[in-house]
Ligand binder design. Structure first.
Ligand code: SAM
Length: 217
């Protein structure tokens, strides 16, 4: 999702109370930013933030952080966020490659990857959010016992992920090729893209990955 340049977007993001402007300063001490010790859950590639807004409303004792690299997209999330009364949802305008500079070892309890860009060409494989390169970043910030939850409509990206994630030393704890018609459908929160693709009749794939202990320690 890449929208056109929107005049004023940079200024609005820079002045938004919902966007953490200096996230590297909180590395290893995010409880200071949140003002509590509640768990930290992030969505990488949040888009317009629908999914996290629903989760944040349902779970007030979890701190949610949405990561989005494009200002034009983040602006849409900020505008929707203003219409809520949530106190447990923040945004970062960052490329997920840098997440280990932002969160300390084991500081994140769960990572969501929803409808990540597929990057179908082999030469772009490193950009896929389930590539070994990104899994190594998640390994640094995810606490022991924490999980990565990934949903996509893209079967090629899902098949790739079923190989790349174990290849990176992780365990795929569950997977389904048709989430909405599986026992895992209960409690599923739909993302914006999921609503669109499911409406077109496309099956939604989901996996949950974890490792018993951080691989890097
Ligand atoms: N998760 C949302 C959903 O399911 O509706 C949005 C999905 S959209 C296809 C993928 C989003 O991930 C885009 O907004 C894109 O800008 C963002 N994205 C892709 N690569 C990223 C990266 N390396 N770091 C941060 N955001 C990224």
């Amino acid at each position: 999702m890449r929208l056109r340049h929107i005049p004023g977007a940079e200024e609005e993001i820079a002045g938004s109370p919902y966007v953490i402007q200096n996230p590297r300063e909180y590395r290893g001490r995010w409880a200071l930013a949140f003002g509590n010790e509640d768990p930290v859950v992030i969505e990488v590639g949040m888009g317009k933030g629908k999914f996290l807004m629903e989760l944040a409303a349902a779970n007030p004792h979890i701190n949610y952080v949405g990561i989005e690299m494009y200002s034009s997209v983040l602006l849409k999330a900020i505008q929707k966020r203003k219409e809520t009364r949530l106190s447990n949802l923040w945004f970062l305008r960052e490329d997920a490659r840098t997440l280990a500079d932002i969160f300390g070892f084991g500081e994140v309890d769960k990572i969501y990857l929803n409808f990540s860009d597929p990057w179908p060409k082999d030469r772009h494989a490193k950009r896929r959010l389930t590539s070994p390169e990104f899994m190594a970043v998640y390994d640094k910030i995810l606490k022991a016992g924490g999980t990565v939850e990934f949903k996509t409509d893209n079967r090629a990206l899902f098949d790739y992920s079923l190989e790349s994630i174990p290849g990176a030393g992780w365990t795929v704890k569950m997977h389904t090729f048709d989430l909405h018609h599986s026992p895992y459908a209960e409690g599923n929160v739909m993302t914006e893209y999921e609503t669109k693709f499911a409406g077109e009749g496309k099956p939604i794939c989901k996996l949950i990955a974890g490792r018993e202990a951080p691989l890097t320690v």
